[in-house]
Design a binder for this molecule. Sequence first.
Ligand SMILES: Cc1cc2nc3c(=O)[nH]c(=O)nc-3n(C[C@H](O)[C@H](O)[C@H](O)COP(=O)(O)O)c2cc1C
Length: 216
Amino acid sequence: MATMTKKLGNNDLADVMFNRHSVRDFDPAVKIDRDEIQEMLSEAATAPSACNLQSWHFVVIDTPEAKEKFKKAVMPFNYPQVDKASAIVFIAGDTQSHLVYRDVWNKVYKDGNITKERLDQILGTFLPLYEKATPEFLKFDATMDCSIVGAQLLLIARAHGYDANAFSGIDFEHMIPTLGLDPKRFVPIMGIALGKAASEPLHTQRYDTKTQTEFL
Ligand SMILES: Cc1cc2nc3c(=O)[nH]c(=O)nc-3n(C[C@H](O)[C@H](O)[C@H](O)COP(=O)(O)O)c2cc1C
């Protein structure tokens, strides 16, 4: 994780977080190379996830041809950011992430970070839960994981000097097949348009969280 931190252009969390705005007007001349996109995805994927299932799958759309294909399942009001962004990362939820669940915990065990007993306990507790889960449960779980990784991607993009817009104004029924993914396995969550702002974005407002908070 330390090596990741070193590469960040902007390590000022307050600036990254509080000066983030949804950017929809991107400079179309700016390209983000695929290695850097992959790096940002690896950094975003440090996000927590339910049982560490990491139920996310990223589809990167960064060519004019891919954008045209992608737009078939995007609502027209989101075309401007799709057309001008350097890249769009579409985040899909993977409802079969538990099928490779052993791999990630075996790595933790091989690194010497847990005992064999703890490994068996984790796999014995969580695997049956997911193997017996309903499709609704798996979809809900994947949606939460993807939302968190998406939030991290919005911030890590700023740390790399880029701007972003999360969007879910899409055709939920057709997005997964449009991307060439298996609709029995993947669920559509959101797109994240990445690039550099071409104009000052709208500064939005928030409700007073006191109106949204209760202490039990
Ligand atoms: C789940 C989700 C879906 C969104 N969908 C869209 C969308 O389809 N199109 C769009 O332009 N912005 C979309 N947004 C961006 C919001 O409009 C924006 O975050 C909100 O207005 C607050 O503005 P800010 O991001 O500048 O703080 C979405 C954001 C989230 C988190």
